[in-house]
Design a protein around this ligand. Structure first.
Ligand SMILES: [Cu+2]
Length: 350
């Protein structure tokens, strides 16, 4: 009977370990899905002129329409299975992680759970007092003990290989020519700056439910000014915060990084295709934590550059041409010197 207790205990430990393994990646990108369902009647977008921001009317950039189910959570009414698993992934790391979840973790967890359930039922039916009035006095079985030690080790190694690979991939440093975008968390909105593009700064606030639905966007995920980025090239996303700790998280891009005041965190992001990807602040940051969503709009490079110019930014490498047009002393290098001179002048001579 003793070894059965041990076996049950081991079975439970295996089940717990499996449950933990299942929870971990989900917790990593878990997010509240609050009123995210777009009304089924949402027409394929024909946003009336003037419905979108005033700045867009005169210019080339028109905010991209969301694609149902892409870069956003799915409601249970629309698709019960899609609502229970991860969002479709649009980065290589995300695809890898999703594959690991679908083809390794989930099958392993399911098999272990069924196996342990079978053992429990067997013990309950076969070894209860009525069915088995005289219990066996067996205390050891070397073969079984070796098996129940070795098999879990093999299972853990099978899980560890892709798991550590994924961890390493997520730490990959962005290449030198990656485009830097800095996301700053504020109570309770996001700011996006583009240091490679003339310090363009975008302040991004959540739209009201009515405005979001009028735009054909999911309520409480839509924002007034999106974080526009180029698709298909490596981005160096830096996160920081101005007040308390926030976290910049976009589930469909497999991206989550804390935004900590006084620190600059950095992680590479390469979005595979143009699209609109929604996320949320994922670190409890105060009263309106749930109302500081993230909307990342990935555009082809040419459209991204046009958007940057529209925002008053500049293109890296285009400085030679813009310098000529600027009055002397206005080019970046000299400007910095002038600032520091001015700062020096304020300090009284010793
Ligand atoms: Cu926050």
């Amino acid at each position: 009977m003793g070894h059965i207790h041990t076996r049950l205990k081991l079975g439970l430990i295996a089940l717990l370990a499996a449950a933990t393994a299942m929870m971990a990646p989900q917790a990593a990108i878990a997010q509240e899905v609050v009123g995210a369902d777009v009304p089924a009647s949402a027409e394929p977008q024909e946003v009336p002129a003037g419905e979108t921001e005033a700045a867009d009317a005169s210019s080339g950039y028109v905010p991209m329409d969301p694609v149902e189910g892409k870069g956003m959570p799915t409601s249970a009414e629309d698709d019960i299975w899609a609502s229970m698993t991860f969002q479709d992934q649009y980065t290589a790391d995300g695809a890898y992680a999703l594959g690991m979840h679908d083809y390794i973790l989930l099958p392993v967890i399911t098999l272990i759970s069924l196996f342990v359930l079978g053992l429990l039922l067997w013990v309950i039916l076969r070894y209860n007092r009525k069915a088995n009035p005289v219990p066996s006095k067996t205390t050891h079985n070397t073969l079984i003990e070796v098996v129940w030690t070795i098999v879990p080790v093999i299972i853990l190694v099978i899980i560890a290989v892709p798991s550590i690979t994924l961890l390493a991939r997520q730490y990959e440093t962005p290449p030198e020519d990656a485009i830097t975008i800095k996301a700053t968390g504020y109570q309770w909105y996001w700011g996006y700056t583009y240091p490679d593009h003339g310090e363009v700064e975008i302040i991004s606030n959540m739209l009201s439910d009515a405005d979001a639905i009028a735009n054909g966007e999911p309520a409480q995920l839509a924002v007034d000014n999106r974080m526009v980025v180029p698709a298909g090239v490596p981005l160096r996303i830096q996160t920081t915060a101005a007040d308390v700790i926030h976290a910049f998280a976009v589930p469909s891009l497999w991206f989550k990084m804390d935004a900590v005041p006084g620190r600059l965190n950095e992680k590479m992001l390469t979005i595979e295709e143009p699209g609109l990807y929604y996320g949320q602040c994922s670190e409890l940051c105060g009263a309106r934590h749930a109302y500081m969503p993230i909307a990342v709009e990935a555009l082809p490079m040419a459209e991204f550059e046009a958007w940057i110019l529209e925002q008053g930014g500049s293109l890296p490498g285009a400085e030679e041409t813009t310098d000529e047009a600027l009055p002397l002393g206005q080019e970046t290098g000299v400007e910095v010197d002038a600032d520091s001179d001015a700062a020096d002048a304020d300090i009284p001579a010793p």
